[in-house]
Write a protein that binds this ligand. Sequence first.
Ligand SMILES: NC(=O)C1=CN([C@@H]2O[C@H](COP(=O)(O)OP(=O)(O)OC[C@H]3O[C@@H](n4cnc5c(N)ncnc54)[C@H](O)[C@@H]3O)[C@@H](O)[C@H]2O)C=CC1
Ligand SMILES: O=C(O)C(=O)Cc1ccc(O)cc1
Length: 368
Amino acid sequence: MNGRVFVIGLGLIGGSLALCIKKQHKEVTIKGFDINREQARLAKMLGVIDEAAENIPEGAKDADLIIISAPVNDTKSIIQALSNLPLKPEVIVTDTGSTKVTIVNTASILRKQGITFIGGHPMAGSHKSGVSAAKEILFENAFYLLTPDDNVEAVKVERLKEWLKGTNAKFLTIAPSNHDYLTGIVSHFPHIIAASIVRQTEKLSESEHLIPRLAAGGFRDITRIASSSPKMWKDILLHNREVLIELLSQWQDEMNGVKDLLETGNGEEILDYFSQAKRFRDGLPQKEKGAIPSFYDLYVDVPDYPGVVSEVTGYLAQEKISITNIRILETREDIIGVLVISFQTEEDRERAEKCILSYTSFSTSYGS
Ligand SMILES: NC(=O)C1=CN([C@@H]2O[C@H](COP(=O)(O)OP(=O)(O)OC[C@H]3O[C@@H](n4cnc5c(N)ncnc54)[C@H](O)[C@@H]3O)[C@@H](O)[C@H]2O)C=CC1
Ligand SMILES: O=C(O)C(=O)Cc1ccc(O)cc1
C-alpha cells in the first residue's frame, strides 16, 4: 500500500507498529509525534519513523492512517484533539489501547464527523516501554483484537488489516465490552496480582533482609509484569474498574477458600487444588501468544563448571542463531542448574535445540 501513516505515541507499541508497516509497505511515509521529544528524536534516529511531526495537527492533516499508541487516558484526549482538526475524509483512525469501551465511546465524536475509527489492541507486548524496545517481530502470531462499530464499512476494516499485515498477527473482531471483560481476566487482573505480590514481599523484606536475595526463579517468573509502566497500568485500571472490582471479589473468595484448606489441613483437597490448576495451565495452547506473551524458551540442563554459559552461547553464535534473553534458574545459590534461553521464533528455538544437542550431552526441554 502507498500513502501516509501518522503514529501518535512513539513507544514500544507505536514504534513496533511503525516498523511492521514499513516492512510490509515500503513506499509509505511514516510520520510520528510524541509528547516526549526525546522519544520522537530517538524514533527518527533509529529509523522507526521517516519524519517527526512538530505537533498533532501537522502530522494528521494529510494522513491516510492515524495510529494512536499512547496510554489509554491520553488516547481519549488525543481523539478529542483529532476531532477538532481538518482530516482527510477517507482517513482511518485506530488506537492500540489495552481497554476499549471508554475509547470507543469517546471516538463517537469522530464518527459524528464522518471519520472512521476502528478500535484496536495488539495483544502482545512486554514489561518494557519506549521506542528503544520496539521490534517488528513483536506481534508475530499474537491476537490483534479489533472493535469496529456496526456502522464501520467492512472494506475499511479490511483496509486496516492490510495496513497492519506486517504484524503477522491474527485479527479477531470483538465487541468493546467483551474485550474489556476478557482482557480484564487474562491481562489486567494478573498485573494487579503481580504488583501485589511484589508489594507484600517488599514490606516483609523490611524486617527480613535475605528476602531480595532469595527471590529468584518462580518469584521472578510470576512477578515479571510488575516491572511494566506504572502510568500505563494506572490508566488501564481506571478504564476497566468495574470488571476488575468484580474479579477482585472473586479472587478474595478464592483466597479465602485456600485459607480454609490450610486451616483444615486437608492434604487431599490441597492436592486437588494444585492438580486442577496444573491441568488447566498445561492445557493452554502453547503456540498461541496471549495477552501475556511467552517467548520461545529453551531450558538447558547444564553441569556447573566455569564457562558453561559462554560455551552454550558460543555454539549458538557459530550457527548464527540469535537469542533474545538468557537467564539462569538457580537451584541453589551460586550453583547453575538450568539455563533458560529465549528466542524470537519457534524456528530459532528448534534450531538451537538441535545445535546444543549436537555439540553437547546436555538435556533440553521447552518447559511448558
Ligand atoms: N506495553 C504493552 O505491552 C502493550 C501496551 N498496549 C497499549 O498500547 C499503548 C501504548 O503502550 P506502550 O507503547 O507500551 O507505552 P510506552 O510508554 O512505551 O509509549 C507510550 C508513548 O506515548 C507517549 N504519549 C503519552 N501521551 C501522549 C500524547 N498526549 N501525545 C503524544 N504522545 C503521547 C509517551 O510519551 C510514550 O512515548 C497503551 O495504551 C497500552 O495500554 C497494548 C498492547 C501491549
Ligand atoms: O509483558 C507482558 O507479558 C504483558 O502483559 C504485555 C501486555 C501488556 C498490555 C497489553 O494490553 C497486552 C500485553
